[in-house]
Design a protein around this ligand. Structure first.
Ligand SMILES: NC(=O)c1ccc[n+]([C@@H]2O[C@H](COP(=O)([O-])OP(=O)(O)OC[C@H]3O[C@@H](n4cnc5c(N)ncnc54)[C@H](OP(=O)(O)O)[C@@H]3O)[C@@H](O)[C@H]2O)c1
Length: 283
């Protein structure tokens, strides 16, 4: 039987407990018509995996393989043409089910069920093998090795959706603020928005992370731990475009209040709060 790694139950309250890891066996994979079997070579960690071990993530469950991101090779397939075309290919996986390509959000009424360690999805990538619908695969990018490719999907997809599908401002010359640049989604959003030619500004609680963000393409950054960080940030904006066009926020803190003063007021939505029209929570 193939093995996987999950969390093991021990006593403790959410936030105080840190569940140990446990090797478990999972059923031998048998794909149905449109499914494939993947032999995994790399799984990537995400902040949610740490939250799961602390029982701070919704639906935390014992006995479900951990991790949402992975890279591997398709070793067997179901009988359909769609499934068979993947045989032998090196792939990365859609890290959840229920959301394929609708720009406005998950198509499934049950929402987006991310893989790994919860009751909402039985799959997880910290496993020797897994079975998945062929429609949930992408070829692993050739320029990335297995470990690099495994780290791409969840933060990458979330940031892609925030920058390109939802912000409405992935346009050269626009001012985008990405908050909490130490976060995985924020780093991806910085790189995507920079590549689109936006002036990307960032916040962080760490000077070192601000410096690193500038090296990755940020036009400037402010430390959210400093009083009046938002004024400092506004001073960095280019002449002739002295407001932010969008905020991509996965950090929380005081950004929702302060965003009112930082964002360009939308002429379409002026009757309501511009923050909620243009402020984006992590997807
Ligand atoms: N990770 C994913 O793949 C994923 C997928 C879907 C949705 N999301 C959502 O996207 C958001 C970000 O997740 P993440 O995993 O990328 O990030 P994360 O690791 O949770 O980091 C968020 C960052 O927020 C900043 N921060 C923390 N406390 C703050 C405070 N009090 N005030 C201002 N900033 C603060 C920190 O930035 P500095 O370290 O720079 O100080 C921290 O690194 C979350 O809402 C998450 O639920 C994440």
């Amino acid at each position: 039987m193939p093995t996987a790694i999950s969390i093991r139950k021990v006593d403790g309250k959410p936030g105080q407990v840190y569940y140990p890891l446990e090797k478990i066996t999972v059923p031998s994979p048998t794909p149905t018509e449109n499914q494939v079997v993947i032999r995994l070579s790399a799984a990537a960690l995400n902040h949610r995996d740490l939250f799961i071990r602390q029982h701070l993530y919704p639906g935390t469950t014992f006995g479900v393989p951990l991790c949402a991101d992975g890279c591997g090779v398709v070793t067997a397939t179901g009988s359909s043409q769609e499934a068979q075309k993947w045989r032998g290919k090196r792939v990365i996986l859609n890290p959840g089910t229920g959301w394929k390509d609708a720009p406005e959000g998950p198509e499934s009424p049950k929402g987006y069920a991310i893989m790994g360690g919860t009751k909402f999805n039985a799959n997880g990538t910290l496993a020797e093998t897994m079975v998945l619908e062929a429609s949930e695969l992408e070829e692993a990018p050739l320029h990335l090795n297995d470990v690099e490719a495994a780290a791409l999907p969840l933060t990458g997809l979330t940031a892609w959706r925030a920058v390109f599908s939802k912000s409405g401002n992935a346009v050269a010359g626009r001012n985008i603020l990405v908050t909490g640049i130490g976060g995985g989604v924020a780093l991806m959003a910085l790189m995507f928005a920079s590549a689109a030619g936006c002036n990307v500004f960032v916040t962080s609680g760490s000077e070192e992370k601000l410096k690193r963000a500038r090296e990755l393409g940020a036009a400037g950054g402010a430390n959210y731990k400093e009083e009046g960080w938002e004024k400092k940030l506004m001073e960095m904006l280019p002449k002739g475009r002295k407001m932010l066009d969008a905020i991509i926020d996965g950090a929380g803190g005081d950004i929702v209040d302060k965003g009112q003063r930082l964002l360009k007021v939308s002429s379409i939505f002026r009757a309501t709060s511009p923050v909620f029209n243009q402020h984006l929570c992590g997807v």
